[in-house]
Design a protein around this ligand. Structure first.
Ligand SMILES: Cc1cc2nc3c(=O)[nH]c(=O)nc-3n(C[C@H](O)[C@H](O)[C@H](O)COP(=O)(O)O)c2cc1C
Length: 199
């Protein structure tokens, strides 16, 4: 699948086809894509916890207080160990840890989409109970729970409306939403979304 269509096709899937099993090998492919980086100083201390046991999936769903999670045939927990990045970069290391985990989660979701699998980034759960349930050490951060499965397509399903490119940009200084004419020979002002080239 082309990159652009993967980006467009990715969406949060919360309804899974219970008749279709997920190949753990495909999920490993997606995790392999996720760990291709980037990582601050190339320090990757991410760990992925894969859960296939339906009883455990049900328990995690309860701790997320999201019933639909229990319908997923597989969960991937993305976790970080901040220790090394903190030793290297101090407080900023914790920021790097969150950032690189987010980047990896995004790649994971893209690759799952590319493989034809549905998924969702779940960030709402009680850390302490989840750690206890899954024997995750205290110093490990749970970055996300990602339910994975084949989407059960519902008639009338709509993708969420996204912010326009035009409303996401500033040029040169904060608050300036039009591209200034910086060079004499380039008397153009590209307004994204409209596709206009204004002299
Ligand atoms: C940090 C983060 C936490 C999220 N937590 C949840 C969650 O707990 N439950 C859920 O159903 N969706 C969760 N989402 C998914 C968002 O609701 C979803 O991405 C958003 O509505 C846009 O929809 P889309 O992913 O289909 O484009 C989370 C997304 C992010 C980035």
């Amino acid at each position: 699948m082309e990159f652009d269509s993967t980006v467009k096709d990715r969406k949060s899937v919360r309804d899974f086809d219970s008749t279709k099993k997920v190949s753990w090998k495909m999920v490993l492919d997606a995790i392999d894509a996720a760990i291709q980086g980037p990582f601050a100083g190339n320090n990757n201390y991410l760990r992925f916890l894969i859960i296939e046991d339906s009883k455990t999936i049900g328990d995690v769903a309860k701790l997320c207080e999201q019933t639909w999670v229990s319908e997923a045939p597989m969960l991937v927990l993305v976790c970080s160990d901040d220790t090394h990045l903190e030793n290297l970069y101090g407080e900023r290391g914790r920021v790097y840890s969150r950032q690189q985990a987010g980047a990896a989660i995004q790649t994971l979701l893209f690759k799952l989409t590319d493989l034809g699998l549905g998924s969702c980034w779940v960030g709402s759960y009680t850390d302490e109970s989840l750690k206890k349930k899954l024997k995750i050490p205290q110093h490990i951060q749970i970055e996300a729970v990602v339910p994975v499965g084949y989407e059960k397509k519902m008639p009338g399903d709509k993708s969420p409306v996204k912010k326009s490119l035009e409303n996401s940009l500033f040029w040169e200084t904060w608050g300036q939403d039009r591209r200034p004419t910086l060079f004499e020979e380039e008397k153009e002002d590209y307004r994204p979304g409209k596709g206009d080239l204004v002299a």
